[in-house]
Ligand binder design. Structure first.
Ligand SMILES: Cc1ncc(COP(=O)(O)O)c(C=O)c1O
Length: 426
């Protein structure tokens, strides 16, 4: 039954979007599946955006969507934020891609070190994936070890994705995969490979793996185990740094050795950072006893540097981040009440929410592994039909231009969509 209803919703969607359908057909000729980011690929085809402003997207067929995806958390400031536009306009006038330095990069570095207590020094990259690759390399070089401990469902980039049983394009890494929130499995791994595990790479909330919060003692326990075993603790805060002015680590009171950031800090331009303890970061300085070259043509690209400077200085204030966090907690609570009436639930933390088609308690990726995701796909299409855009797998991300009024629109669309999904049955 649900397959037929889904097919109907694809047909209805396609009939309303002839121009996006044509665009997709052209794209398929030269791009596998017509896309260049697998996460954006959904049935029957993604709509093509013509313009965006604030928390709204307009597609080339003229449909307007309230954006509750926020480009998978990049869009914290919304679309075309004034502060970023003003910051990149002088770059267009004065030039970019110099092959030497510009003033912004040292200032962005200073501001990051000021915010994140665990960062003495930082290095920029073009993406979160690259930042994590640098972090892993620094950790393994500094410990002279070869294994990396990661978590099932952990997503650290296109080449660093650790879901058991799912094929990946990962770089060759000797990875030990444990269960999120299961400190005992980490302890056992250290018992077995204490001399080999060079680092633990963890998201302070399992992000793409389901937006699953860390239990209070989990991250503190990882800190202790890393200390006891001489391993480097790396926090991937590409998603969670939005939780407070000093990131998730400030809220949780855990100090990692290295932290990676990316996404929204670049204001929508390519961005990545690895930062941390001086002893580790100085491996990237010239002339040290153990020093390594690390370059990247776009590490200091002026658009990203100018945009991130504006984001850090003008947009990502303690007030705006705390407000976003509180609105997210409130929205998740209200959404969860509606969802649970229909056998779904909302997980997440602050302004990052995940919708799942199950009401079992979720503390690790395995708890979601067996769930039939088709009801979430149908919910996604029903929300689109009502002019609300979320991630195809149930991801909801808040942004600053949204308001309590848009949250109410979201909740009312969610309620009526759930009624349709429930009527179909599973
Ligand atoms: C937690 C986390 N780390 C790393 C990345 C990779 O960042 P990027 O897509 O900029 O390479 C992502 C992207 O979704 C992420 O969610």
């Amino acid at each position: 039954m649900i397959n037929k209803v889904l097919e109907d919703s694809y047909r209805r969607y396609a009939a309303k979007r002839p121009l996006s359908a044509e665009q997709h057909a052209r794209a398929r000729t030269f791009l596998p599946s017509g896309t260049t980011r697998s996460v954006l690929d959904f049935d029957p085809f993604p709509f093509t955006v013509a313009s965006a402003a604030g928390c709204r997207l307009t597609d080339i067929d003229g449909h307007v969507y309230l954006d509750y995806l926020g480009d998978y958390s990049v869009g914290l400031a919304g679309h075309n934020p004034e502060a970023v536009r003003e910051a990149v306009t002088p770059v267009l006038e004065n030039g970019w891609s110099f092959g030497t330095v510009a003033a912004e990069e040292a200032e962005v570095a200073r501001m990051l070190c000021e915010r994140f207590a665990s960062m003495d020094l930082v290095r920029f990259t073009s993406s979160g994936t690259e930042a994590n690759l640098v972090a892993l390399s620094l950790a393994l070089k500094s410990t002279d070890r070869n294994k990396v401990l990661v978590f099932d469902g952990g997503y650290h980039g296109g080449f660093l994705s650790f879901s058991r049983g799912r094929p990946s394009l990962n770089v060759p890494l000797d990875a030990v995969i444990c269960d999120y929130n299961d400190l005992e499995s980490v302890r056992q791994a250290f018992d077995q490979w204490s001399e080999q595990i060079g680092c633990v790479l963890v998201e302070p909330m399992l992000g793409s793996g389901g937006r699953i919060q860390a239990a209070p003692d989990f991250l503190k326990g990882l800190r202790t185990l890393c200390n006891e075993n001489g391993s480097v603790l790396v926090f991937d805060e590409v998603q969670t740094s939005r939780m407070s002015y000093g990131g998730a680590q400030a809220l949780l009171g855990v100090r990692p050795d290295l932290t990676t950031l990316g996404k929204y800090i670049g204001g929508g331009f390519g961005f990545g950072v690895v930062g941390g303890a001086e002893t580790l970061m100085l491996q990237l300085a010239r002339g040290g006893e153990r020093s390594y070259d690390h370059s990247g043509t776009f590490n200091n690209n002026r658009f990203s540097m100018a945009a991130s400077l504006a984001m850090l200085r003008d947009v990502l204030t303690p007030t705006s981040l705390d407000g976003l966090f509180a609105r997210g907690e409130n929205l998740r609570k209200h959404a969860d009440v509606l969802l649970r009436r229909h056998g779904f639930q909302a997980t997440g933390w602050g302004s990052l929410i995940g919708i799942h088609p199950t009401d079992v308690a979720v503390s690790r990726a395995l708890d979601l592994a067996g769930a039939d995701r088709r009801p979430v796909e149908l919910l996604f299409h029903e929300l689109l039909e009502r002019g609300i855009y979320i991630g195809k797998s149930g991801f909801v991300t808040l942004s600053l231009p949204q308001t309590p009024q848009t949250d109410d629109l979201f909740l009312s669309a969610l309620e009526s969509s759930l009624q349709v999904v429930s009527a179909v049955g599973r």
